[in-house]
Design a protein around this ligand. Sequence first.
Ligand code: SF4
Ligand code: SF4
Length: 169
Amino acid sequence: MTEQQIKTRITELAQMNDAQWESLCKQCGVCCMLKHSRINGTFYAGVACNHLDLKTRLCDIYSTRLCHHVFCSRVDLSVVLRTGLLPDSCGYIEYIYGPATNQIKPDFNKIIHERDMNATADTIHKKTARGPWNFIIPESLYWRTRAMELRDKYADFGRDIVRRMEKQH
Ligand code: SF4
Ligand code: SF4
């Protein structure tokens, strides 16, 4: 992708209505897992939000999640461009860059809920210190994701587009 193509795609995303935006989500559930993005990589833990149904990968409070779950944020253009947290195979990242080579599909049989971290830390992972980073998915170590490139190169471009559109309305 050229820089201009990426900017065009970002502009298209900024112009989408809610229905168009929601239709791009692949409902993979990955953004509902604990994660952390650093300069050198994005780390995913095999620990999901308590509201993620681990069988369907859907949120069980989706329509009211922003009122009831303080740590949940809507995946909007700002999250896509500024956090570096979404996987390469996220529908929004693929809209900008095209299909990802590596489709991130964690084995949800091995994913646990946040509330179960303490209960299983010793038995499954044989660690005494408990916390999400004992559950890092090894394949995610030092991923250099496309979302990180967006964060590093296109966040300001996206912010300017959104501001320009807000002024027009
Ligand atoms: S509350 Fe938010 S983070 Fe938790 S499952 Fe629902 S959408 Fe995902
Ligand atoms: S990672 Fe992207 S495609 Fe997957 S559920 Fe989250 S927003 Fe949707």
